[in-house]
Design a protein around this ligand. Structure first.
Ligand SMILES: Cc1cc2nc3c(=O)[nH]c(=O)nc-3n(C[C@H](O)[C@H](O)[C@H](O)COP(=O)(O)O)c2cc1C
Length: 154
């Protein structure tokens, strides 16, 4: 049985719902178990994650317009701190952003900013809780990217 580690944060439950449904999908269709690390539950603690992982990050911004500077990340910073700590970012094979398209150019902007800051790829995005087809689509991308990453480091 294979395993996937998911590092995520969820403030109002949408990303949490996506992670739960994604995990159920992977178990059922790929006989894959998940290790879920919910940063919100850690109360700013950090620890090393030794295995490859995917990060899933909602967007909470104040100000800015998504084109020029000026947006301020609120609430999700503990995920960035966790990924930066202990060089955890080196084991992150990709990040998925979640958000709401009503935010136009700021849609999923924080995931894009993290990809640039840490040097891992942004491998997808979804709105709010994500649909069943988002889960199927992103599960395929996660499996493909995880495999390519494992080949690269072996
Ligand atoms: C105060 C606030 C600011 C937000 N800012 C953005 C934003 O800049 N871009 C975006 O795509 N979504 C934005 N959203 C939408 C959230 O990212 C979206 O609701 C997401 O699903 C929340 O995930 P969670 O329920 O796991 O916390 C914002 C939501 C709130 C409440």
């Amino acid at each position: 049985m294979s395993q996937l580690t998911i590092v995520y944060i969820s403030l109002s439950g949408n990303t949490q719902s996506f992670v739960r449904r994604l995990s159920d999908y992977l178990k059922l269709n790929h006989d894959m178990t998940t290790r879920q690390i919910n940063i919100k539950e850690l109360d700013h603690q950090t620890f090393p994650v030794e295995e490859p992982f995917v990060a899933i990050l909602p967007t909470y911004l104040e100000g800015g317009n998504g084109i020029d500077d000026g947006d301020v990340e609120i609430l999700t910073n503990p995920l960035g701190d966790f990924i930066a700590a202990h060089d955890n970012y080196k084991h992150c094979f990709g990040i998925i952003g979640s958000g709401n398209r009503n935010f136009n150019n700021q849609y999923c902007l924080t995931a894009k900013q993290y990809a640039k800051r840490f040097g891992f790829p942004m491998i997808g995005d979804f709105e709010l809780r994500g649909t069943s087809s988002d889960i199927e689509r992103l599960a395929a991308v996660i499996l493909e990217t995880q495999e390519a990453f494992a080949t690269k480091i072996s």
